[in-house]
Design a protein around this ligand. Structure first.
Ligand SMILES: [Zn+2]
Length: 674
């Protein structure tokens, strides 16, 4: 007997003993399944994947998340888990869905450039696909899927594999991220914009529940009752007097709690007891959205953690009351970590917030006044690319785009004297618009501005333009590690996309992907980690190759998992799908990820660490001048003197197991300027 089969035998034997005591009649069927080649899991095992978007492992504590703290102590807490880079929500939803890295999946969310696509969004509005598009939206995902001939994902998905076995699936929660699991809408679903199948929308109305306000966009036959309201609506954030920058001293609660609670209530009170799903994916936008708006460590972030934890408590209570608790494996996972948005604190000291504005500098307890970067404007104004677009209009961002110690703004306030920039005479702005024109001029560059990393698409595929852009990014200290499509050949001081599983076989990857720069040791409001972001006026962001964005939360708890383990063995979001497939006896062969045997009861498979934080060094680009991000124009920016070479350090960790499976995870990638 091979080792893998031994493991399966033990798993089956233990379950048989349990089941035989209660259900003699089921035993023959069960033994038949155990003898089958493809079945490995327990026949009636339930699995719940509960995603807390943007939850950092160091956010979990006895005081802020008592239920999750207890679960982590009684289950397996993977201390060295890895989000997939780029560390965005939809990219990691892809990995949860498939067990694979982007090179195999072929999808590069959150924001992608896919001209030629057509369709509407979840609110029913036509989408302009000449611009890069944000994909957290069921209708946009369906449009993209249709554009890619129903192969938005180039590999099989977890819920497809679940239904192949005749099992029932449910998805609940955040727009796009949860829906992506059930693109085919063949299970049950409830997200912030819609319900499926249509019959479920009708059932919920009959049972007295309100529906998401946009439900009729998916099902035009559904009429909302006059009492329906907007159960997934979210209040606007508290703002400073500038009306654009959030105010974390006033906004002290999560804007998402009531929407999340509405969806969780329907799941617990209706979908779970009445539809009895074998696998459920619950994905809520907290703490992430609250971190984006108010920053990691802000009061509102603590409120978001508390709300999420209360829902976890309700989930456990309902499972117990339905007698499902002992037969349900619960996987708590976040898609990525989260950083505070800020530039170098020595250039941009933190400031107080007073009278609705950023006040005096205050190193210990201040708030960030920097970190936003408008790459399109930098490339245009420094003469690097003439025709550069990011799909966004003008921006007024007087604080987070950078206020220096002397009060000078990196992107100074400007007034639109004739209305040509903002559409309104006399209106203030800090950067002009960079919308993609209907007809792209030759040599255009389109930026999908995502946050902690950006994607660049070149219309000309011109290697000399790639080199010019790369050199500019290397010379500006807002920017971190740079990855270039392998087809351009080696460019000094970069790494090939294939090095980090970004090079898609069908050519769907952008031409350049780069991480914004970060400092994982800088502290704001008691939380480590800062990064620059593409301009969104957020206080929190992710998506970079910082170890804090990469190191996300993974906790498993339930009948198949060991108890009281803090695992330091490297693991990743790519391992969730193959592990669930193993537990449920699904067919998902050949995933990049592995079964997390180290967390399982009753397995003889052993897992060993091959390397931890092994450093891989790129070659260097030499003879460079480095500009600090203190002005848009290089000619006005401070020069970081005494340094001239740029290179990248990539840290990797690898494991192997006794079935022969090996996986390499990416810990971080850092730009070295010296
Ligand atoms: Zn996320």
């Amino acid at each position: 007997m091979k080792r893998r089969e031994q493991g399966l035998f033990f798993l089956c034997r233990r379950t048989v003993i349990t089941i035989a005591a209660f259900l003699i009649g089921s035993m023959l069927l069960f033994l038949a399944l155990c003898n089958g080649e493809s079945s490995s899991g327990s026949v009636n095992r339930k699995v719940i994947i509960f995603v807390w978007d943007g939850l950092r492992p160091d956010s979990i504590s006895a005081s802020s998340t008592p239920n999750l703290w207890n679960l982590s102590k009684n289950g397996v807490f993977f201390k060295n888990n890895h989000a997939t880079y780029p560390t965005f929500t939809m990219m990691n939803s892809s990995s949860f869905n498939t067990g694979d890295f982007p090179d195999k999946v072929g999808f590069y969310g959150n924001t992608v450039y896919a001209p030629g696509t057509a369709g509407h969004n979840a609110g029913g509005k036509a989408v302009d696909y000449n611009q890069p598009v944000f994909t957290e939206d069921w209708n946009i995902l369906l449009s993209l899927n249709s554009f890619y001939d129903n192969e938005l994902f180039m590999v099989k998905r977890l819920l497809q594999a679940t239904r192949e076995k005749g099992k029932i699936t449910a998805i609940v929660g955040k727009s796009g991220a949860a829906f992506m699991f059930d693109l085919d809408r063949k299970g049950y679903g409830l997200d912030e914009n819609a319900v499926f199948p249509q019959s479920l929308a009708g059932e919920l109305q009959s049972a007295g529940y309100a529906l998401p306000k946009n439900t009729p966009v998916m099902w035009p036959d559904i009429r909302l009752l006059s009492s329906n309201g907007d159960p997934t609506g979210r209040p606007s954030p508290a703002k400073l007097a500038d009306n654009v920058t959030s105010d974390p001293t006033v906004g002290t609660t999560s804007p998402n709690s009531s929407s999340n609670k509405y969806m969780m209530d329907i799941y617990l009170q209706y979908i779970l007891p009445k539809k009895n799903p074998d696998i459920s994916v619950i994905w809520f936008r907290d703490p992430d959205t609250t971190e984006h708006i108010y920053g990691v460590g802000a009061k509102a972030y603590l409120d978001a953690l508390g709300s999420m934890d209360a829902m976890l408590g309700h989930l456990a209570d309902h499972l117990k009351s339905l007698n499902q608790y002992d037969n349900t494996d619960i996987i708590i996972v976040s898609d990525h970590g989260h950083n505070n948005v800020s530039g170098d604190l020595s250039l941009f000291p933190l400031r107080t917030i007073a009278n609705g504005a950023a006040g005096s500098t205050e190193a210990a307890k201040g708030y960030s006044v920097s970190g936003d970067v408008r790459l399109a404007q930098l490339l245009a104004d420094n003469g690097i690319v003439t025709n550069v677009y990011d799909g966004n209009g003008y921006s007024y961002d007087p604080v987070i785009s950078g206020v220096m110690a002397d009060g000078t703004q990196v992107y100074p306030d400007q007034t639109d004297t004739d209305g040509s920039v903002t559409g309104t005479k006399g209106k203030k702005y800090t950067t002009r618009g960079f919308k993609v024109p209907a007809t792209l001029p030759a040599g255009s560059v389109v930026i999908a501005a995502n946050g902690g990393s950006d994607y660049l698409y070149l219309t000309s595929k011109d290697v000399s333009l790639v080199k010019k852009i790369v050199t500019f990014l290397q010379q500006r200290e807002e920017f971190g590690a740079i990855f270039v499509d392998d087809k351009y050949g080696h460019i000094p001081g970069t790494m090939a996309m294939s090095m980090v599983h970004l090079e898609n076989t069908a050519g769907r990857n952008p031409d350049i992907i780069f991480s914004y720069n970060f400092n994982e040791n800088a502290v704001i409001r008691g939380m480590k980690g800062i990064e620059y972001e593409s301009m969104q006026i957020y206080r929190g962001m992710h998506g970079s190759f910082s170890p804090i964005d990469v190191n996300n939360t993974l906790i498993t708890f339930g009948p198949d998992f060991r108890t009281g383990i803090a695992s330091v063995t490297p693991s990743g979001n790519i391992d969730v799908a193959p592990t669930v497939a193993y537990l449920m006896g699904l067919d998902m062969p050949g995933t990049d990820g592995r079964v997390l045997y180290e967390a399982l009861n009753n397995t003889s498979v052993t897992v060993s660490v091959v390397s931890l934080n092994k450093l891989i060094q790129s070659d260097a680009a030499a003879g460079l001048t480095f500009y600090q991000p203190t002005a848009v124009l290089n000619s006005r920016a401070k020069i970081d003197s005494g340094k001239s070479s740029y290179s990248i350090t990539l840290a990797i960790s690898s494991v192997t197991d006794s079935t022969g499976k090996s996986v390499t995870y990416f810990d971080y990638a850092r730009a070295i300027r010296q």
